[in-house]
Design a protein. Structure first.
Length: 70
């Protein structure tokens, strides 16, 4: 799945309110641009994405059914 397909999936499933899906989209877009970026810029952007993921923390604990229901 490329970033365009992932974005369409996120929109179709109302995933815009699910931050972990947005992190996946950012990661996929970065992966697709890897050859266009120099090594330092790539790793900086990768670290930014990782930090945003870590900042999500465990906000979902106790809300699993609400957040992850099919």
């Amino acid at each position: 799945m490329d970033s365009k397909e992932l974005a369409q999936y996120i929109e179709a499933t109302d995933g815009i309110s699910k931050p972990w899906l947005l992190v996946q989209l950012r990661l996929k877009k970065l992966q697709e641009r890897k050859d266009e970026l120099d090594k330092n810029e790539y790793f900086q952007q990768l670290q930014d994405i990782q930090q945003d993921l870590l900042n999500l923390g465990e906000w979902w604990k106790g809300r699993e059914e609400e957040v992850f229901r099919p």
